[in-house]
Design a protein around this ligand. Structure first.
Ligand code: AN0
Ligand code: CP
Length: 324
């Protein structure tokens, strides 16, 4: 594997899920694969889970790991070609990428949506430059539009909890949040659920329609209570306006969150589900996205879900090492 961005990059999902279980059975059996190989993890944004789980996954494979927080200690990077660099940016991405690549074998990059231009974000302008100029395998650790390590871990978690029964009903619900958040997590979750053997429903207020390249074929139900009926899994996430029908609203919070609090996942909605498992990628704002009692309930899967981030990262790194 040279690029890990979309669900297709992992190939057959049954094979990938079986490989995840094999990793879980004994995660240290491939230490030889990573010997004298270096993973470079580059963060343009904050992270707790991605940083720790990916580092751990690389160490499980016997790799060396370098973590770089671009905004803390490195030079501020210009990302646009052609600008006169007389501002606060000391170095250009076009030099920084090949330099960073020269010290490693595999690169992971986290670079969130900037919300300056929908086009730039949806063209993955930053990650594409890493792919083009690094000459290294590149995996996405949440880019402007996708978070595939998360979606893969989500799928592993659902599969483990579901234990091979018939197609589960999986509902992804929008929930309120005070700030603008990217669409990367819901985009990838939709993409992976549509590729998996599940009955997938999305629910959100009007105006938050996700980009068709990710949700094409998904059922959208604007009535949240109706969507939750008989759900086997509930996946909560806030996202800002994707700007599909109104590009000028891209990245905006469309309503004052105080008026949207009935979208917060509580016992009221969970009561109409089929004792659904509750998922969220974390970090989560309690009593905005989900109430204390739901996230603390026996059906809350958020901790095993986060633990599975180590597993999804290890499958991806293992495949990249095997293809070096
Ligand atoms: C980020 C997001 O919503 O994309 C990261 C989630 C994994 N969340 C925040 O910035 C709070
Ligand atoms: N879920 C997730 O990616 O968490 P972090 O932002 O803490 O890495």
């Amino acid at each position: 594997m040279r690029i890990f961005q979309h669900v297709q990059d992992i190939g057959d999902l049954h094979v990938a899920l079986a490989e995840a279980q094999e990793v879980k059975r004994d995660r240290y059996q491939w230490q030889h694969l990573g010997k004298n190989k270096t993973a470079l993890l580059i963060f343009f944004n904050n992270s707790l889970r991605t940083r720790l789980s990916t580092q751990k996954a690389a160490m499980n494979l016997g790799m060396n790991v370098i973590v770089l927080d671009v905004n803390q200690g490195a030079w501020k990077l210009e990302t646009e070609r052609g600008v006169v660099m007389d501002g606060d940016k000391s170095e250009h991405l076009l030099e920084a990428i090949p330099v960073m690549a020269s010290y490693c074998d595999i690169i992971g990059v986290r670079s969130f949506a900037r919300f300056e231009s929908r086009e730039d974000d949806y063209e993955e302008k930053i990650l594409q430059q890493f792919i083009q100029y690094s000459g290294r395998p590149v995996f996405f650790m949440e880019s402007a539009t996708v978070h595939p390590l998360q979606a893969f871990a989500d799928l592993i978690t659902i599969k483990e909890d579901w234990k091979g029964k018939t197609r589960p009903k999986v509902v992804m619900t929008w929930a309120p949040h005070p700030k603008s958040l990217p669409q990367a997590v819901p985009n990838s979750f939709a993409e992976w659920m549509l590729a998996a053997d599940v009955d997938f429903v999305v629910t959100h207020p009007k105006g938050y329609e996700l980009d068709p390249q990710f949700v094409k074929g998904a059922r959208v139900e604007y009535d949240q209570m109706k969507a939750f009926e008989g759900a086997d899994f509930v996946y909560a996430k806030n996202w800002s306006c994707p700007g599909v029908t109104h590009p000028e609203d891209y990245g905006k919070v469309l309503h004052d969150y105080h008026t949207m609090m009935d979208w917060c996942v509580s016992a009221r909605q969970m009561a109409v589900t089929n004792n659904a498992g509750f998922l969220h990628c974390l970090p989560v704002r309690r009593n905005m996205i989900v109430t204390d009692d739901v996230i603390e309930s026996p059906r809350s899967l958020v901790i095993p879900e986060a633990a599975n981030r180590e597993i999804s990262a290890q499958v991806v790194l293992k495949r990249m090492l095997e293809a070096l």
